[in-house]
Design a protein around this ligand. Structure first.
Ligand SMILES: [Zn+2]
Length: 137
């Protein structure tokens, strides 16, 4: 995700860059955790100055996420619990899911291409196992 490019796309569409939208973009930029909408709401609420807090309803944040998905700035990935997660990495890649804690981690597209003897996977490949933290526990 290139925050400046996304801001330009939003401006071109006539979408105001509200403090809430900026806070969502700031939080998601480079975020590798695949946060849920609820996690983004909590994080953004903490980022915003108190004066904006009553304005940042869940609906505002959820609408911003829907808008970012629409313009291709985030990819929506379903977590193992069925919950939607938001991924600012829109390049072709795959995921590894922890069967214990539900953590989602990126798997580079090249790693799967290697497994497929040089053939690129058309869609997303999902690996299930335990993350480093849960494997060690
Ligand atoms: Zn991802």
């Amino acid at each position: 995700m290139d925050v400046h490019a996304v801001e330009q796309v939003l401006r071109d569409r006539g979408c105001a860059l509200t403090p809430q939208r900026r806070a969502v973009l700031r939080f998601l930029d480079g975020n590798l955790d695949h946060p849920s909408a609820a996690q983004i709401f909590d994080a953004v609420t903490a980022l915003l100055p108190r004066t904006h807090r009553p304005v940042s309803s869940r609906a505002t944040i959820y609408n911003t996420l829907a808008l970012l998905e629409q313009v291709g700035a985030v990819r929506v990935v379903r977590g193992t619990d069925g919950e939607m997660r938001y991924d600012p990495n829109t390049t072709h890649h795959h995921h590894r899911c922890c069967e214990v804690c539900g953590r989602l981690e990126d798997v580079p597209a090249a790693a799967v291409t290697l497994l497929l003897h040089g053939q690129a996977a058309a869609g997303e490949v999902r690996f299930t196992g335990r993350c480093a933290g849960c494997a060690a526990a």
